[in-house]
Write a protein that binds this ligand. Structure first.
Ligand SMILES: [Zn+2]
Length: 108
């Protein structure tokens, strides 16, 4: 059984970490992904780059962003508003991972 720790959630989804499987689980809308830490970092970086590029687009609600998911042949189709929420989820979750790394590390 997984032991999930919540890293971050917003109204669109959540990001959790299971220490037992060493996986990160992300849900956004009706999409759920289970990722290794490396893949999660890659996705977070890609989303961040995309968001920096698209954040001032005028069409906020049009689903015009095609984001390659870590699964081959699967893309996420998002509006700028949704991309902003995904970016919030991923960046905040990354921050939580870093903080956990610092504060929950067993002292030797
Ligand atoms: Zn697990």
């Amino acid at each position: 059984m997984c032991e999930n720790t919540n890293l971050h959630n917003n109204q669109y989804g959540y990001v959790m970490e299971c220490k037992k499987c060493d996986h990160i689980q992300m849900r956004f809308g009706n999409i759920a992904l289970a990722l290794s830490h490396n893949k999660f970092s890659e996705l977070a970086q890609a989303v961040y780059n995309y968001y920096c590029d698209k954040q001032h687009c005028k069409c906020r609600n049009q689903k015009c962003i095609y984001l390659q998911s870590p699964a081959q042949n699967m893309m996420l189709v998002l509006s700028v508003n949704e991309l902003e929420q995904v970016n919030d989820l991923l960046q905040s979750a990354l921050l939580s991972l870093d903080l956990n790394e610092i504060f929950l590390k067993p002292t030797i």
